[in-house]
Design a protein around this ligand. Structure first.
Ligand SMILES: Cc1ncc(COP(=O)(O)O)c(C=O)c1O
Length: 397
C-alpha cells in the first residue's frame, strides 16, 4: 500500500512552515522525536519573559511565578482532558518517571514492564531496587510489534497476585509504536495494579485523555511534539495516590501537598514552563494539533513508504500503530560505532539527520515527520539509505 505525500500546512504570512524554526535550512531534520525543536514565536515569548525576570527577580519569583505556572497548568489540563489539581510542572518526562517510580514502588512489590522501556527509566528502576527489594518481570515484546491485543495479553499474562505496578510507554522510543495505554490502564485498574505511563512523546503527537484513562501516573513532555521549549513537561497523578508522589528534588515545597510540592525545586529558569500557553497558541496558528498531527502522520508514512519501496525493508509495526514517527528494521546486524558512522554519513554527505538505533542487534531507522519537513526531504533520506547500503557505509561495510 502506498501513502501519498500530504500537502504542506499553509500558514498566513509565511511561504513555508520551516520559516518558524531556527533549524539549518539545508538540513533535512527528520529526528524531531529525540529532542523536539522549538518554533521561533515561542522562543521569542520565552526571551521576553526572561528579560522580565531579570528586570525584577523578586517580583517574578515571589509574586508572579505561582500564577504563571497556574495558567500553564490550565493550558495543559485542557490539552490532556485533566483537572489542574492533578497536574504538576516538571522539567522533563525523566523527572516525572523518577517521581512515580520512587513514590509507588515499595519493598516486596512485584512490578511488570515490557522490555523496550526507555533506558533512563530502567536506570530509575535499578536505583529504586537498590533502596527497596522488589521483583521485576520483564516481558519480551516481539519485533515486529504483534498488535495491541497481543501486547496487552503478554503484559497481563505476566501479572501475579503480588503485582502492584506496571510501567509502559505510550509511544515506545526506539520502535515509535503507539501503544494501547488506555486499554491497559483499564485492565490494570480492574486488577488493583498501578499503571505508570511514560508519555514522553505523547503531547501533541497522539491522543491523550487523562480524564478517561484509569492510569495511576502519567507524565509527558511539552518540548517534544507540543512546540514548547526544552524543560517543559507535566506530571499527572490520580487523586488517590498523590500523597505518595514527591518531587525527586527535595526543596522548599517538601512539606506541602501535591501538586504545590512540585512548584519549587530550587532557583532556576522556569520560563520554558511558563510559556506553554504560547506553544499551544502556535499550534492553533497552524490549524491546531489535529491538523498538525494529520500532516505529520501522513508525512511520516510517506517517508517510510519511500524507504520500503526502495530498499524492501519492513516497518516494525502495523501502520495504524505509528504516529508522527515510523521505525523501520533495516534487516542488518549493527554495532554501536557503525551506527555513529552511518549517522555521520547521512549528516555530512546528504544533510539528513535521522534517528538510528540498534534493537536486538539489528539496525532500526526511526524517522519523524513535522510541519517543517517536506516530501522531498523524505525522498532524500531514502536515497541516502540506498547509497549507504550500496557504498558499504556503517553496518553495510
Ligand atoms: C519513552 C521515553 N521516555 C523518556 C524519555 C526522556 O525524555 P526527557 O529527556 O525529555 O526526559 C524519552 C526521550 O526520548 C522517551 O522516548
Amino acid at each position: 500500500m502506498s501513502y501519498p505525500a500530504p500537502a504542506p500546512l499553509v500558514v498566513a504570512g509565511c511561504s513555508s512552515p520551516k520559516e518558524f524554526w531556527h533549524l539549518d535550512a539545508e538540513l533535512a531534520y527528520l529526528n524531531h522525536g529525540s529532542f523536539g525543536a522549538c518554533p521561533k514565536p515561542v522562543l521569542e515569548a520565552m526571551a521576553t519573559l526572561r528579560i522580565e525576570v531579570e528586570r525584577q527577580p523578586m517580583a517574578f519569583f515571589v509574586d508572579q511565578l505561582h500564577q504563571q505556572i497556574a495558567t500553564a497548568m490550565e493550558t495543559w489540563a485542557s490539552l490532556l482532558g485533566a483537572r489542574t489539581a492533578d497536574l504538576a510542572p516538571v522539567d522533563n518526562a525523566t523527572t516525572g518517571m523518577n517521581a512515580a517510580i520512587n513514590g509507588l514502588i515499595e519493598a516486596g512489590d512485584a512490578v511488570v514492564v515490557p522490555h523496550q522501556l526507555y533506558e533512563s527509566v530502567r536506570h530509575a528502576l535499578s536505583r529504586r531496587h537498590s533502596e527497596v527489594a522488589f521483583t521485576k518481570t520483564v516481558v519480551p515484546i516481539p519485533i515486529p510489534y504483534p498488535g495491541d491485543d497481543a501486547f496487552l495479553d503478554r503484559l497481563m499474562d505476566a501479572v501475579t497476585p503480588a503485582t502492584r505496578t506496571m510501567i509502559v510507554d505510550q509511544v515506545c522510543s526506539p520502535t515509535a509504536t503507539v501503544q494501547p495505554v488506555a486499554r491497559l490502564a483499564k485492565a490494570c485498574a480492574e486488577r488493583g495494579i498501578n499503571l505508570i505511563v511514560d508519555g514522553a512523546h505523547a503531547p501533541g503527537a497522539v491522543d491523550v485523555d487523562l480524564g478517561d484513562m484509569s492510569a495511576a501516573v502519567w507524565t509527558g513532555n511539552g518540548h517534544k511534539w507540543a512546540f514548547a521549549p526544552h524543560g517543559c513537561a507535566v506530571l499527572w497523578v490520580c487523586p488517590q495516590l498523590q500523597e505518595r508522589i514527591q518531587s525527586p528534588v527535595t526543596s522548599l515545597g517538601y512539606e506541602l501537598d501535591y501538586p504545590e510540592r512540585f512548584l519549587w525545586t530550587g532557583t532556576r529558569d522556569r520560563t520554558a514552563q511558563c510559556v506553554f500557553p504560547e506553544a499551544v497558541a502556535f499550534a492553533r496558528r497552524l490549524g491546531g494539533f489535529g491538523a498538525v498531527r494529520a500532516h505529520n502522520d501522513a508525512l511520516a508514512r510517506f517517508g517510510a513508504d519511500q524507504i520500503l519501496e526502495k530498499l524492501g525493508f519492513a516497518a516494525v509495526a502495523p501502520v495504524q500503530n505509528f504516529g508522527p514517527m515510523v521505525a523501520i528494521s533495516c534487516a542488518i546486524e549493527a554495532e554501536r560505532d557503525q551506527i555513529g558512522q552511518l549517522r555521520a554519513y547521512f549528516r555530512d554527505q546528504h544533510q539528513v539527520e535521522v534517528f538510528t538505533h540498534i534493537v536486538a542487534g539489528t539496525l532500526l531507522i526511526r524517522l519523524s515527520g513535522q510541519v517543517y519537513n517536506t516530501a522531498s526531504e523524505m525522498v532524500r533520506l531514502a536515497d541516502a539509505l540506498v547509497q549507504a547500503r550500496n557504498k558499504g557505509i556503517g553496518p553495510w561495510a
